[in-house]
Design a protein around this ligand. Structure first.
Ligand SMILES: Cc1ncc(COP(=O)(O)O)c(C=O)c1O
Ligand SMILES: N[C@@H](CCOP(=O)(O)O)C(=O)O
Length: 464
């Protein structure tokens, strides 16, 4: 399997090289040259498999040629063994045909663990085989950071620098990152927003001279391996509600477009999916582009669903690459213009996007109302991101005979503020985090300035 860049100017790479490269050297994102596809019979034959078995079957074709099957199988098994629910990604029913897919049973209580527990193991394996070291720079609006740190903290082959927007993540999210005191873990609180953090990561890939010969890697969903691992739970959920013999629909709380892009890929790979609903908060660029072909950034606002406070949604580029017929030059031009001005998609391309996705944007008040109402009706407590997904599902669901599955992307304990605003008691921290509020924190506040960040990284990396 080879991978190509969405901007058409970088060399095609193997899986292992893409894993370590993160972003392509032309600024694009790597995608498989050709997607593996599965027949309905093959998908049906996976019904009842344990999650890690299913994951191996879906991930293996993407990795083949780079990592031996036996090593991959071991790493996949280890990954999903650390989840504290036997089903790994269980479904909960709220109403007839309406389901919540709980993706928060991993170590850091958010869906990011599904990919980052695997990514940490894969990177460590490839780096050890090659005898190389890597410097990771990551941007987080709160959840990727802790999942990435948790996935990478034990690696002897890398240092990880995570930037979060200062005072713009929840206290639980911040402490999950800043209380990990490992030697190779560095937390930066940036005086900016998530888009600033992510922009610095991308700019650092474009010019790595500040690392004096060391190589930069990524843990954000610009790294293909993140998306790959997230494809699996679309299959597991669909199989659990009668797929592939009946179609299913998904509603996905969306920020960087990685999670829903994995759902789109599951569909391309043969899973019968009727609707894919993009659910956003007030930072609604994705809703605006899907519903009205308005791809303009606007001002990034702080909301009660902070993990989705994102305007520059990296993975939308991967989708655009497909709808523009994999024309790298067209994507490079579009993304270049988008850096400085609002853009519109060519109308025939936009029609394709509209045919693939529904979308809906939800404000803070409605988020709290949904948390309150669902709790009153069912006793189930939603986190604010999931509440947005559920509201969008209910607004966009065209055929209620088709199961609608909303992805529960985080545990509500990470976001007490909207829960309390909804008039409910904040849930208690689970056992493994029960002393989180007493643990020592370590982080460095830096100005929103690329050279300060790069100087900090360069002076803290381990070079041997
Ligand atoms: C809790 C939560 N929900 C939803 C999202 C959005 O996912 P994506 O960025 O893959 O669209 C994120 C972060 O990105 C998140 O942390
Ligand atoms: N919501 C994310 C933002 C980063 O997204 P990623 O999927 O590209 O890592 C977060 O919690 O950090």
């Amino acid at each position: 399997m080879k991978y190509i860049s969405t901007r058409g100017q970088a060399p095609a790479l193997s899986f292992a090289d893409v894993l370590l490269a993160g972003l392509a050297e032309d600024g694009g994102l790597y995608v498989p040259e050709q997607l593996p596809t599965f027949s309905q019979d093959e998908i049906a034959s996976w019904s009842g498999l344990p999650y890690s078995e299913l994951a191996f079957r879906i991930v293996q074709p993407f990795v083949a040629g780079s990592i031996q099957d036996a090593d991959l199988k071991r790493m996949v098994d280890e990954t999903y063994a650390v989840f504290d629910h036997s089903g790994v990604a269980p479904l909960v029913q709220l109403r007839p045909n309406e389901w919540i897919l709980e993706l928060f049973h991993g170590p850091t209580l958010a869906f990011k663990d599904f990919a980052l527990q695997l990514l940490g193991r894969l990177m460590d394996h490839v780096l050890a085989e090659r005898g190389e070291r890597l410097v990771i720079m990551g941007a987080t609006s709160g959840d990727t950071g802790s999942a990435a740190i948790e996935g990478c903290r034990h690696s002897k082959h890398l240092d990880i620098f995570i930037m979060h927007p200062y005072n713009r993540v929840s206290e639980v999210q911040r402490r999950q990152m800043t209380t990990i005191l490992a030697d190779n873990v560095f937390n930066i609180a940036l005086e900016g927003n998530f888009d600033d953090c992510q922009g610095m990561v991308k700019d650092s890939f474009a010019d790595q001279a500040f690392l004096n010969g060391m190589k930069l890697g990524a843990v954000n969903s610009i790294n293909w391996a993140r998306i790959m691992a997230q494809i699996v739970y679309y299959f597991s959920a669909a199989l659990a509600v009668g797929g592939p013999h009946r179609p299913v629909s998904f509603s996905v709380p969306t920020g960087n477009f990685g999670d829903i892009f994995a759902g789109y890929l599951a569909k391309q790979m043969g899973l019968p999916v009727e609707q894919l609903v993009v659910a956003t908060n007030r930072n609604d660029i994705l809703h605006r582009v899907i519903s009205g072909n308005d791809m303009s950034k606007g001002t990034l606002e702080h909301t009660l669903s902070p993990s989705m406070d994102i305007m520059v949604s990296s993975n939308f580029e991967r989708l655009l690459f497909d709808v523009y017929g994999r024309d790298g030059a067209a994507i490079a031009d579009l993304m270049q213009r988008f850096r400085s001005e609002p853009v519109q998609l060519e109308s025939s391309r936009w029609e394709k996007v509209r045919a693939l996705f529904d979308s809906y944007a939800v404000d803070d008040q409605t988020t709290c109302d949904v948390i309150r109402d669902v709790h009153a009706e069912t006793g189930y407590l939603l986190d604010p991101h999931t509440a947005i997904g559920l509201k969008a599902a209910r607004e966009c669901w065209r055929n209620t005979h088709t199961p609608m599955i909303t992805l529960a992307t985080a545990h509500p304990v990470k976001f007490p503020e909207p829960v309390v605003k909804a008039g409910l008691n904040a849930p208690e921290l689970p056992e493994r985090l029960s002393d989180l509020m007493e643990r020592e924190e370590r982080f460095t506040v830096l100005p929103n300035n690329l050279s300060d960040v790069q100087a900090y990284v360069a002076s803290h990396v381990h070079r041997d």
